[in-house]
Design a protein around this ligand. Structure first.
Ligand code: HEM
Length: 327
């Protein structure tokens, strides 16, 4: 059984060494460093901070799988009983360290490390929309560089020429601002393949569904909120009891998009209950900041998409941001 990558920070320079030049699996030859530079061009290089999802805070809890989970995957945390310790981070999308919590057209996010024991962990890095804003790294770089010009005509031309990049914003604007980090669903966006002990495969997309329900606030209420209202809100909520999410796997069917994170799967897809994620308390931010959450850090029994260029470039781009914020 191959477990998730060691959490050891010492491995990061090695990771950086291995990602240049990029592996042939990348769908295009976009430089991960150029993506981080483009994020910095929009939001500024905030020393010591993440280039994206800059505004956030660390939490801790645990994960317990359902009995059904083992039918889909032989991954240790889906076949073992648990509870498996979890460290997580809630954040707002983008690189603005003060990104207002009430902003409607921005994603909320949740990233987790699940501790598998013996220094091993596996990660999930999710956002509050089922789709991303670009279908390839080259398109995402072009989008970021165009936004950085602040030229309204150029930005308009980009979205007119790339309508798939308008879908995430439209999806967010069609829904209320989440009342809390605890009252919104989080999506893995990419297509993963689960493999069980019998070698049977199932394509899925991860979705964490809040047990408190999906609850939003009106645009008026959101405008009146403190830009940093989510942290005190969650602190108050956790004082009354833990926050829970049902981890579900949306079950893909033949013909569903495997490698394009701008494409929504049909609404009617069935889901399987995989486990319960419980967030019990806030955690010192240093615990989240001395490591990086890496969507490609999966374990035997869970595989990421092979030809989704966005998925493949995330880890090297995060390593660039991680290495800079730790200098
Ligand atoms: C080419 C596409 C992408 C680029 C260049 C990119 C870039 C980044 C960077 C630089 C960070 C900061 C990493 C760190 O310093 O630890 C980050 C964090 C994050 N990204 Fe992305 N990202 C991309 C796609 C996505 C997608 C598709 C998702 C959706 C699931 C996503 C969700 C997140 C989340 C949730 C975090 C915060 C992790 C944390 O709290 O530490 N990103 N991204």
């Amino acid at each position: 059984m191959s477990l998730g990558r060691r959490a050891a920070l010492a491995a990061v320079p090695l990771v950086l060494a291995l990602i240049s030049p990029l592996t042939p699996a990348h769908a295009d030859d976009t430089d991960p460093e150029a993506l981080v530079n483009a994020l910095n061009a929009i939001f500024g290089a905030n020393p010591g901070k993440r280039a994206a999802h800059t505004h956030g805070f660390c939490v801790k809890g645990s994960f317990v799988p359902t009995d059904e989970a083992a039918k889909f995957s032989k991954a240790p945390h889906l076949t073992g009983r648990g509870p498996w310790p979890v460290v997580g981070r809630f954040s707002m999308g983008g690189g603005n360290p003060l990104a207002p919590n009430g902003q409607k057209d921005n994603v909320r996010a949740l990233a987790i490390h699940i501790d598998l024991g013996d220094g091993n962990q596996t990660d999930m890095v999710l956002i509050s929309a089922p789709i991303f804003a670009a279908k390839t790294p080259a398109k995402f770089l072009e989008l970021l560089q165009t936004v950085a010009t602040k030229d309204k005509d150029k930005i308009g031309d980009f979205f007119a020429a790339n309508p798939e990049s308008t879908r995430q914003k439209a999806w967010l604007e069609a829904r209320p601002v989440p009342a809390s980090y605890a009252t919104v669903s989080y999506h893995g966006v990419h297509t993963f393949t689960l493999t069980n002990a019998e070698g049977q495969n199932q394509i899925i997309k991860w979705k964490l569904v809040p047990k408190a329900g999906e609850i939003g606030i009106s645009d008026e209420e959101a405008k009146g909120k403190d830009p940093d209202f989510y942290k005190p809100e969650l602190t108050e909520r956790l004082a009354k009891g833990p926050v829970e999410f049902e981890m579900t796997a949306i079950l893909g069917e033949p013909g569903d998009a495997l490698d394009d994170p701008t494409v929504l799967w049909p609404e009617e897809r069935k889901s399987a209950a995989i486990g319960t994620l419980t967030i019990g308390a806030l955690e010192d931010d240093k615990v989240c900041d001395t490591n990086m959450f890496d969507p490609t850090n999966v374990v035997d029994g869970i595989a990421g998409p092979e030809n989704d260029g966005i998925f493949l470039i995330r880890s090297p781009a995060y390593a660039v941001s991680f290495s800079r914020r730790n200098q």
